[in-house]
Design a protein around this ligand. Structure first.
Ligand SMILES: [Mn+2]
Length: 541
């Protein structure tokens, strides 16, 4: 089975993170890695939704974690039994499968119980009585299979409905019913008494495989011939009964495919069992796992686009295999177990790098993908206003606009404005739309950015925004929160400040402690104009 690779951008995804994931996954699929899926780590913002709608592309699938799950374990043991199966057959399987218990399933293979060695041991101490086979609703096929019997006459269907007798228990006047099962042996001189019921079931022991056995004339029932001895037949008949009455339905322990190995481990350690069924969402048993299976799993493969910092990425990244990183941010703390393909270029947008990769690999860019790549470049460079914007970003955007069939400036403005109606948004939404968390020196700093064509509504919300930022700092243990409200028409950003360590902002940007916000003409880029001065100040301490 070839393994799936997941491509995703950072948490609180912006247009670059979503579009880079879609476009790069498409490029991978076109270049020999068909098992590649674009994903996202959070909700699609309004600007991105505008881009997706314009070019008719679905948002990628939302994923929350790449922690190893039960679905990543190699399931190689699929032994299971039904309630109808015999004690004999079940015991054989239990002995063959370390773990000493088996899932019990219905005819749809859905889990209905567990049978363990201690449960089934009761079968060996319960007395075997004449009506035992009947009471246990023993299927005839269990008898045939366990005795490895040859059949003369019709193969009986269904379950035993009469009593069991040994020929030696019979007297000439015993009344047998046609539902009874009688055991006799090849050399028994009174063997014909067993056939007295006329059309029941007679088992004859000690019959070699190649020997014919004459059946009394007029007998219309079933005869089962077995090579096994009388003693063995009696011993085995105790074990042909179905396991139904020994199945444990009450304390079923099982795992779903979606559960993380972390949770599974905790549950396994507190369980008396060693082997556990694995089921689908519909309860269908796929196999079983034991404690040692937890060591034999495949790590999820991921490609990070538009980010490389763990704090901005998905839960469980440390347990995943990072196959590639395509990014245009600072490289902070990348540590991998194996070599990877890593491409970081100081360009305005991840999608500019990806556009170049399409060209390098000679893969034609479909119209829809071109539209998305273009949208990301417009978004990240604020329609080429940001100081992070390079000549390569502009050239890529122009080429992409042609393929996508849109007017670059016209489309760019309508997309940026679609994402920026502050009046409709709550403080939480404004701050959360594009928030990144940075570790700088000893400080945890949250920096949010929002682009708007609606700068004036900001001032109606100033107090609420600052209160929300303060609350976030306290809840998340951050030392400082900054909100950049960027307006491409006014040509700059308003910085709003909250948190305990405001002196960092004073030292980096000259905003006095008592000021809650200030406009910076020409400031567009969090990455180039806000993060570096803060980094310098924070690390000098
Ligand atoms: Mn980006």
């Amino acid at each position: 089975m070839s393994q799936m690779t997941y491509v995703f951008g950072h948490q609180k995804p912006d247009t670059d993170s979503i579009c880079a994931a879609i476009a790069y996954a498409y490029l991978k699929r076109e270049t020999g890695s068909p098992e590649t899926e674009a994903c996202r780590l959070g909700p699609v913002n309004k600007e991105t939704q505008f881009a997706l709608d314009t070019f008719g592309v679905e948002a990628p699938r939302l994923i929350k974690s790449v922690k190893p799950q039960v679905s990543d374990i190699h399931l190689n043991n699929d032994s299971m039994v039904t309630e109808e199966n015999s004690i004999h057959h079940t015991m054989d399987l239990i002995i063959d499968n370390p773990g000493r218990s088996l899932p019990v399933v219905d005819d749809q293979k859905k889990l209905i119980g567990i049978i363990s060695l201690p449960d089934i041991m009761h079968a060996y101490s319960d007395p075997f009585q004449e009506d035992g086979l009947m009471k246990a609703k023993t299927p005839y096929r269990n008898i045939i299979k366990t005795l490895n019997a040859r059949i003369i006459g019709d193969t009986p269907e269904g379950v035993v409905k009469g009593c069991f007798f040994n020929n030696s228990q019979l007297a000439p006047d015993t009344k047998l019913s046609s539902d009874d099962v009688v055991l006799t042996t090849r050399n028994d001189s009174s063997r014909d008494m067993a056939f007295a019921n006329g059309n029941g079931c007679v088992i004859i022991s000690d019959v070699p495989a190649d020997m014919d056995m004459p059946i009394p004339e007029g007998y219309t029932g079933t005869t089962m011939l077995t090579e096994k001895s009388t003693f063995e037949v009696i011993r085995l008949l105790e074990q042909v009964m179905p396991i139904r009455q020994y199945v444990n339905h009450d304390t079923m322990e099982f795992f779903m495919l979606s559960e993380t190995l972390e949770d599974v481990k905790g549950n396994m350690l507190s369980s008396p069992h060693n082997r556990f069924p694995v089921v689908t969402d519909d309860g269908v048993v796929l196999g079983t796992i034991t404690k040692s299976s937890l060591l034999d799993y495949q790590r999820k493969r991921v490609i990070l686009v538009d980010h490389n910092e763990k704090t901005q990425s998905i839960a469980g990244l440390e347990d995943a295999e990072i196959a590639e990183i395509i990014d245009h941010h600072r490289v902070a703390e990348v540590q991998t177990d194996a070599p990877l393909y890593m491409r970081v270029e100081p360009l305005g947008c991840t999608c500019t790098i990806i556009t170049k990769m399409y060209q390098e690999k000679d893969v034609p860019i479909p119209k829809k993908i071109a539209g998305l790549l273009l949208s990301a470049i417009i978004s990240d460079t604020l329609l080429f206003n940001s100081p992070t914007c390079t000549e390569q970003d502009k050239q890529a955007a122009q080429a992409l606009a042609k393929i996508a069939g849109v007017n670059l400036r016209e489309y760019g403005r309508s997309m940026l404005i679609a994402g920026s109606n502050l009046g409709d948004m709550t403080p939480k939404q404004i701050i959360g739309a594009d928030r990144k968390i940075f570790t700088m020196g000893n400080y945890k700093i949250e920096i949010s950015q929002i682009n708007t064509g609606d700068y004036k509504s900001l001032f109606n919300k100033l107090k609420d925004l600052l209160a929300q930022m303060q609350e976030n700092c306290e809840k998340e243990g951050a030392d400082l929160a900054i909100l950049m409200v960027t307006d491409i028409v006014l040509g700059g950003s308003e910085l709003l400040i909250a948190g305990e360590q405001r002196h960092l902002v004073r030292d980096a940007f000259g905003i006095e402690d008592e000021d809650i916000s200030q406009f910076f003409p020409g400031m567009f880029s969090r990455k180039k104009q806000v993060v570096p001065p803060l980094m310098r100040v924070a690390s000098e301490e």
